[in-house]
Design a protein around this ligand. Structure first.
Ligand SMILES: Nc1nc2c(ncn2[C@@H]2O[C@H](COP(=O)(O)OP(=O)(O)OP(=O)(O)O)[C@@H](O)[C@H]2O)c(=O)[nH]1
Ligand SMILES: [Mg+2]
Length: 301
């Protein structure tokens, strides 16, 4: 099955909720002020967010005027065009050749950090790179074990300490081991939950400082994992984490099985941080680069 088909299938719930209502709204109607207002409301109700919905509709008005479009049913392809254009080109992850690259993976608990790291480990080792993982989630006893299972599957070494130890020490060890072994890519897992938020945030900035200090220029990506099923809450997570660690990208997981796929539009519109990868299932191959054109087609065509 091609990825567009897979993506379309993953968005089935979002499409079922949104497209049916969209068509019910626009088909057989002339475009007028009331229609724009109802459309904006529909977007907001589908997790696109108020600001993003207003901007999309404003752009739609402009395109409608330019193209001299009159019929409601013509809005859907225009919306698809706007969505794919506004998002621009895919923001691909690129690795530096012949040196250590580090990805720091952060996010609240249960969003899919460890799973995404496992998928990335498998992907990059299949490409022939030397990959290592650091079990920086020392808060949960089972966390390192979960990563080790992925590591074994992918043939990738996992550096772990006992539960409760300092994550910065794990990362320090992993960085030195990665250097000694000429590792191309070190994937750093982190805890999603601590007894309080300020603790978690302090821990993250400490881990980041260690990476910057011990491996200057190696930190290629700081990826925030966000669960698509949380809807609008995702936006505040992006904001909160971005204040602690400079983010380079977002991994949006669990797009399969949610009707809240509209959150993609909200994140892309309202946040400076691009979505770089999307998760559409639990298998390794289900983590894919985010392609705005593909997404717009899967959502709206
Ligand atoms: N359907 C689906 N499930 C996913 C996806 N990504 C992760 N999961 C599932 O989400 C659950 C939580 O994933 P984890 O990787 O353990 O999440 P985490 O962020 O590491 O969680 P903590 O370590 O507890 O903070 C697991 O059951 C995963 O299989 C996805 O893209 N689609
Ligand atoms: Mg985890």
């Amino acid at each position: 099955m091609g990825f567009i088909q897979k993506l379309t299938d993953s968005l089935a719930k979002t499409r079922a909720k949104f497209l049916v209502k969209l068509d019910a709204l626009i088909v057989g109607r002339k475009i007028d002020e009331a229609l724009y207002e109802e459309l904006e409301e529909l977007l907001i109700l589908n997790d696109v967010g108020a600001a993003a919905s207003a901007r999309l509709v404003a752009q739609l008005r402009k395109l409608v005027r330019e193209r001299k479009v009159l019929e409601g049913h013509q809005l859907r392809p225009l919306l698809q065009e706007i969505v794919s254009e506004r998002f621009g080109k895919p923001k691909a992850i690129e690795l530096q050749q012949g040196r250590l690259n580090v990805f720091l993976v952060v996010g609240v608990n249960g969003v899919g950090k460890t799973t995404s790291i496992g998928k990335l480990a498998q992907h990059y080792s299949e490409q022939g790179l030397k990959v290592m993982c650091a079990a920086g989630d020392t808060f949960r006893a089972a966390a390192a074990h979960q990563l080790e299972i992925w590591g074994e599957r992918a043939g990738v070494q996992v550096v772990a300490h006992t539960a409760g130890s300092d994550p910065a020490a794990v990362v320090y060890d992993a960085l030195h081991s990665a250097r000694a072994k000429n590792i191309d890519l070190l994937l750093v897992d982190t805890a999603g939950r601590l007894h309080n938020k300020s603790n978690l945030m302090q821990e993250l900035s400490k881990v980041r400082r260690i990476i910057e200090r011990e491996a200057q220029g190696a930190l290629r990506e700081t990826l925030l994992v966000v669960d698509a099923t949380t809807g609008q809450n995702a936006l505040s997570q992006v904001k909160e984490f971005a204040e602690i660690v400079p983010l380079t990208g977002i991994i949006l997981t669990k797009l399969d099985g949610t009707a809240k796929g509209g959150i993609v539009l909200a994140i892309q519109e309202e946040q400076q941080v691009p979505i770089k990868l999307i998760g559409v299932g639990e298998k390794a191959a289900d983590l894919r680069p985010f392609d705005p054109q593909e997404f717009a087609a899967a959502l709206l065509s």
